[in-house]
Design a protein around this ligand. Structure first.
Ligand SMILES: Nc1ncnc2c1ncn2[C@@H]1O[C@H](COP(=O)(O)OP(=O)(O)O)[C@@H](O)[C@H]1O
Ligand SMILES: O=C(OP(=O)(O)O)[C@H](O)COP(=O)(O)O
Length: 407
């Protein structure tokens, strides 16, 4: 896996005893309308790094963004909904220790909490994006954040594709900088898919939009032996092959691109497997669906899931595979009548002996929704949606590159 971790020191090699250690985490978790956390996996995944630092007597300063606040353009009440307070309280429960929470990430309030920390104590700064300077990678803001600590650790994989102050600008000011256990695990798992995947390598792509995933489709074509396409994305490909998908979600402006991708796949001898049957209904809110041949979608209906034959075709590909990457649901899996394809792929991957990597976003949520037993059997479930796709595309990510040190 040479390359991806080169020059990056893992936290276990950093001297952190009694030091003030800034750990950038990604606590950008989904919240319900009452502000309760609906999926705490990003917080749980950061625990090994936080515990490691606390057990070694570090003074731990955690920082994260939450959502996309627009400081100056949102009311105080709207901003308050994006406070990290629920994450801090939840973390305190998971750690069984107090988590101090200053009301800001910089300024006197933050400094007081940070400088009063004793060895083995932890604080969580307030949402970094309450300052517009965070997303602008503002130098002065980055310096203010950097003043909090002597060591910088990035464990926020979900945000490494952002050149923001807490991920990029401040990191380069530290001689002692490195990655946490989560970031290391993500880089190892996803980096292996880019550099040396065991073959046969199968990619399963789904979700709503071809346009969001063009770059990753093109990058994957260079690496994989088979590309299985489901979800609304498959509709566009089926339509590109001349099938009438009726009222299904299709990106008509992407039909030429889908044809180009199919052509390229033929040249590269990559098998593209599209659904042969689909589950259709008259509307997104329908209480049941009907399985039909992909070439016989009835007028006025839309394809909302892959059908059982398609699921069998897909599953068969996992049997011989040594590596599988999955991103994007196979259908409208949030609705029970259209969830079988997505959960079926999740269960089949759990049973497969291949090294299975699930890209973040909806596919990770679907794996967790399929149950603990399914999630535990995956090789790796990424905590980053956008970040995992950009890494798979082979892009250099600012939050990773900045951690490299030449010596
Ligand atoms: N056939 C379909 N018709 C309508 N919506 C679909 C279909 N297949 C998938 N979706 C929807 O696409 C969304 C996920 O798309 P996307 O954001 O591209 O995936 P991801 O978050 O995994 O990258 C889900 O909300 C899912 O319900
Ligand atoms: O949730 C995140 O991204 P993801 O939805 O692509 O996984 C990260 O926390 C980054 O957030 P951003 O896309 O608002 O910069």
């Amino acid at each position: 896996m040479e390359g991806y971790l080169e020059g990056i020191r893992p936290i276990r090699d950093l001297e952190i005893e009694n030091k003030r250690v800034f750990i950038r985490v990604d606590f950008n978790v989904p919240l319900d309308e009452n502000g309760a956390i609906t999926d705490d996996s990003r917080i749980r995944e950061a625990l090994p790094t936080i515990k490691h630092a606390l057990e070694r007597g570090a003074r731990v300063i955690l920082a994260s963004h939450l959502g996309r606040p627009k400081p100056g353009k949102m009311t105080d009440a709207e901003l308050k909904k994006l406070s990290l307070e629920p994450c801090g309280s939840h973390l305190a429960g998971l750690l069984g220790t107090e988590v101090m929470m200053p009301e800001d990430c910089v300024g006197d309030a933050a400094k007081k909490v940070v400088y009063d920390l004793r060895a083995g104590q932890v604080c969580l700064l307030e949402n970094l994006r309450f300052h517009a300077e965070e997303e602008k990678n503002d130098e002065a803001f980055a310096r203010e954040l950097a003043e909090h600590a002597e060591v910088y650790v990035d464990d926020a994989f979900g945000a490494v594709h952002r050149a923001h102050a807490s991920v990029h600008g401040m990191a380069k000011t530290f001689r002692d900088r490195g990655c946490g256990f989560l970031l290391e695990k993500e880089i190892l798992a996803l980096g292996k898919l880019v550099t040396a995947p065991d073959k046969p390598y199968v990619a399963v792509l789904g979700g709503a939009k071809v346009s969001d995933k063009i770059a990753v489709l093109e990058a994957l074509l260079q690496k994989v032996d088979a590309l299985l396409i489901g979800g609304a994305m498959a509709n566009t490909f089926l339509a590109a092959k001349g099938l009438n998908l009726q009222a299904s979600k299709i990106e008509t402006d992407k039909l030429p691109l889908a044809r180009t991708i199919l052509e390229k796949a033929r040249e590269l001898k990559v098998d593209v497997v599209l659904p042969t049957d689909v589950v259709v209904a008259g509307s997104l809110g329908a209480s049941s669906g009907q399985v039909v041949n992909a070439g016989a979608v009835p007028e006025g209906t839309m394809a909302l899931d892959i059908g059982p034959s398609s699921l069998r075709d897909f599953t068969q590909r996992f049997v011989k595979a040594k590596t599988v990457f999955w991103n994007g649901p196979m259908g409208l899996f949030e609705k029970e009548p259209f969830a079988a394809g997505t959960f079926g792929v999740a269960r089949a991957l759990a049973e497969s002996s291949a090294f299975t990597v699930v890209g973040g976003g909806d596919s990770a949520a679907a794996v967790y929704a399929a149950g603990d037993a399914v999630a535990k059997k995956m090789g790796h479930i990424s905590t980053g949606g956008g970040a995992s796709l950009e890494l798979i595309e082979g892009k250099k990510l600012p939050g990773i590159e900045v951690l490299r040190r030449p010596e």
